[in-house]
Design a protein around this ligand. Structure first.
Ligand SMILES: Cc1cc2nc3c(=O)[nH]c(=O)nc-3n(C[C@H](O)[C@H](O)[C@H](O)COP(=O)(O)O)c2cc1C
Length: 171
């Protein structure tokens, strides 16, 4: 038996995962991230197989991560987590920065870029193992946890997305 309430006790943060689709920046929200090694410095990130960001990382072998703070605008999570880069230019909807040619969020606590050295495909997800090429500490504050999202932040994220879709429909 697998009780998801047990799995939720494994603490995870929330991140914007960035990648490139040719010249176009793409990205999604991810929680499934870990620092996997320190020699060389490497991370693991798990992408849903339906994610467009995943398809782009598979092609370019490059990714960025922006570590989200607790006070992040809920629309950032809605923008990157509730729609696909297949149809939307998500980085046009936020202030975007760049590190090693990859998109990053200036409001993030830290920026990381990495090059994929290996990947493992499950039925649902693909785990990328990537060597870290840069890691910059932007500011010190509390980072947003997946648990914060589940327990309280989700409602605000949903509301901000509904508001955005309403404004889009009204032109
Ligand atoms: C709180 C939260 C956590 C998420 N965690 C992951 C994750 O770890 N891996 C993943 O691939 N997608 C995750 N997602 C889903 C993607 O962000 C979502 O499917 C997104 O629309 C994919 O966009 P894309 O098609 O542009 O890649 C998460 C979404 C939310 C809201």
């Amino acid at each position: 038996m697998i009780d998801w309430n047990a799995l939720y006790k494994v603490s995870l943060g929330l991140y914007v995962l960035g990648a490139k689709d040719g010249e176009r920046p793409v990205g999604s929200i991810v929680d499934a991230v870990m620092i996997a090694a320190n020699k060389p410095c490497a991370l693991a990130v798990s992408c849903n197989n339906a994610s467009y960001t995943k398809a782009c990382i598979e092609k370019t072998k490059e990714l960025s991560l922006s570590v989200l703070p607790k006070d992040i605008d809920p629309f950032v999570v809605a923008n990157f987590g509730f729609q696909s880069s297949k149809n939307v230019n998500k980085w046009d909807m936020v202030t975007a920065g760049e590190l090693n040619g990859l998109p990053v969020l200036p409001q993030a606590l830290a920026h990381i870029t990495a090059k994929v050295v290996s990947q493992y495909a499950f039925e649902s997800n693909t785990v990328f193992i990537a060597e870290i090429t840069a890691a910059e500490n932007i500011r010190d504050a509390e980072n947003l946890l997946y648990e914060d999202y589940r327990s309280k932040f989700k409602d605000e994220v949903i509301k901000s997305f509904q508001q955005h879709m309403k404004e889009k429909a009204n032109g």
